[in-house]
Ligand binder design. Structure first.
Ligand code: G3I
Length: 300
């Protein structure tokens, strides 16, 4: 196959990108995005500050722009994200306790009702752990340690048709404390019947040219708990071809690794643009890392 999406589809997987709504008028950008990818994540437009700018006043205009752009081209969409310590609207940042717990539930219900039946998956909770595997302190954590499972139960009831994911960064190295902390939570959720379908490993790789230790073991270990795994926000310092090929191969080697999403189209679109971490250069040309990923997908 000659595009990333079609190549991934040969093994039943997807290859996606984050899209910034403000860039869709750039024809180089939208041409590459529509051609190469078959799964779309809104980079910012479905986050709480975008979708509920004032309490209980929902705004889906920016999210819908991306959703409509994608579905008009036959591309699927992942929702990102419902409950997170960052990019909360100011009114939510100021809240705590039972009022915040209620507001979180109302937010999940409001956003998921709007997109009910339309999205492949939702990142229900994002980045809730510290590097040592303990829970990150935040206003949400302050509402009680059960806030994550309440978010997932609320999400399942709101839209039973979409896959519910926990999403985080620095959970790629199997011997890392944060990875183990997230692993224990997923294990606990599965043992108690808390609804969860998938783990998103953001896969923001910095430095080095080899993969984090036991990356494939991490993927297969999460999968063995009975969840799908996905690489949800991939970017790699200087787009190391060995790391890009290796992360692609690791996903291909794990049957429940369902897809890979890169966090932007061209280097110039990246939140790490000074590190040139993506598959297309600023001019929209395919980089060596693009070829290494495409070849790995085609060899599967
Ligand atoms: O839209 C405003 C604009 O009106 C304003 O003039 C400008 C001035 O600062 O800010 C613009 O908002 C920025 C927004 O991106 C859109 O460009 C925010 O400041 C900026 O903080 C925001 O950054 C985003 C970041 O999440 C915020 O947490 C990045 O684009 C986005 O790539 C990044 O994505 C996160 C994932 O959601 C979760 N995992 C990590 C990943 C990278 O940080």
């Amino acid at each position: 196959a000659t595009t990333l999406g079609a190549a991934a589809a040969q093994s039943g997987r997807y290859f996606g990108t984050a899209i910034a709504g403000g860039r869709l008028n750039d024809s180089t950008y939208s041409t590459i995005a529509g051609r190469e990818f078959n799964m779309i994540t809104a980079e910012n437009e479905m986050k709480p500050d975008a979708t509920e700018p004032n309490q209980n006043q929902f705004n889906f205009s920016a999210g819908d722009q991306i959703y409509n752009w994608a579905t008009q081209r036959g591309l699927k969409v992942r929702g990102h994200t419902l409950a997170w310590h960052a990019q909360q609207p100011p009114w939510m940042e100021r809240m705590s306790g039972s009022a915040l717990r209620s507001a979180m539930i109302n937010h999940i219900n409001g956003v998921m009702a709007h997109y009910k039946g339309k999205l492949a998956a939702w990142d229900v909770v994002n980045e809730a752990f510290n590097e040592d595997g303990s829970r990150r302190q935040s206003n949400l954590q302050g509402t009680g340690n059960d806030w994550i499972e309440v978010a997932f139960r609320t999400a399942r009831a709101a839209d039973p048709s979409t896959k519910l994911c926990y999403n985080d960064y620095n959970i790629e190295n199997w011997s890392y404390g944060k990875t183990q902390g997230v692993y224990r939570m997923i294990q606990d959720f599965k043992s108690r019947g808390v609804p969860i379908d998938c783990v998103g490993l953001q896969t923001h790789f910095t430095g080095g040219s080899s993969l984090p230790s036991n990356f494939q073991t991490t993927l297969s270990s999460f999968a063995a708990l009975g969840v799908d795994v996905a690489l949800t926000e991939v970017d790699v310092t200087n787009a190391s071809t060995t790391q890009y090929a290796g992360l692609t191969q690791a996903c291909l080697n794990v049957p429940r690794c369902i897809g890979i999403t890169v966090w932007g189209v061209r280097d110039s679109d990246s939140w790490r643009s000074n590190e040139n971490p993506l598959l297309f250069d600023g001019g929209g040309n395919k980089k060596a890392a693009y070829t290494s990923v495409l070849n790995a997908l085609n060899a599967a």
